[in-house]
Design a protein around this ligand. Structure first.
Ligand code: SAH
Length: 218
């Protein structure tokens, strides 16, 4: 497979960044990461035309690559600093993980769909975008052997906030997670204030594929 990033792609990406900026994303570092990462590398070649439309898109195994605006929104809430140890639940296409890595994070990302895990693992290995480690696991349990994390991001819609994830946050650490039913989820930012205290902030509504328990081997 060859990965070409043409002037045309770059031009389309610039427009996409302006669209996202117009929707309210202010963090220049986040916008510049989106501007520099070819989103079409994370989608099937046949659907390349859709890569620079601000929409979620199917990537197989019943899953989607998140809408660029959503990626930007969650990433902005995380306020990534260089060398932050970040856990992502829901690797999917690997796009969000790559954005985090471009911002200098040390990324650990978990996927429960085996097929998708293998496909994305291979892609990320090939693209060599920063520091990303992938795991085929149930993200509900987090990644205890690498805890505690500075930041955590869940990219699937959760019914509730898994205790295991909260417990794997550093004091001062932040978890960004969409919570709701199957149709709509509200974005939350949870900050761990102390061993037992958490601050909870509420943001806009989004729609994600469901956060499911267990792994799905194929
Ligand atoms: N961050 C992804 C978005 C993927 S969609 C991207 O940038 O493309 C959400 C992903 O979460 C799906 O791939 C789904 O399989 C995965 N997922 C759902 N429940 C999970 C769980 N318990 N553990 C790990 N991954 C999960």
């Amino acid at each position: 497979m060859s990965y070409k990033d043409t002037y045309r792609h770059k031009g389309l990406r610039k427009k996409l960044v302006e669209t996202i900026r117009a929707k309210g994303i202010k963090d220049e570092k986040v916008l510049s990461a989106i501007n520099s990462l070819p989103r079409h590398f994370f989608m099937e070649k046949a659907f390349e035309e859709w890569a620079y439309v601000d929409k979620a898109f199917p990537i197989g195994s019943d899953q989607t690559i998140s809408q660029p605006y959503t990626v930007a929104f969650q990433t902005e809430l995380l306020q990534i600093k260089k060398r932050d140890k970040v856990l992502e639940v829901g690797t999917g296409s690997g796009y969000q993980a790559a954005i985090l890595a471009l911002l200098g994070a040390r990324v650990h990302t978990i996927e429960r769909q085996e097929e998708l895990f293998h496909k994305t693992n291979e892609l990320l290995g090939m693209l060599e975008v920063g520091n990303i480690r992938t795991y085929f696991r149930d993200g509900y349990k987090g990644l205890p052997e690498f805890a505690p994390f500075d930041k955590m991001i869940v990219t699937a819609g959760a019914k509730e906030i898994p205790e295991a994830l909260k417990n794997q946050l550093k004091i001062g650490g932040v978890l960004v997670i969409p919570v709701g039913d199957d149709n709509v989820q509200k974005m939350y930012r949870i900050t761990r204030i102390s061993e037992k205290e958490f601050k909870k902030e509420e943001f806009a509504n989004f729609r994600f594929v469901p956060f499911l328990k267990g792994t799905n081997k194929k």
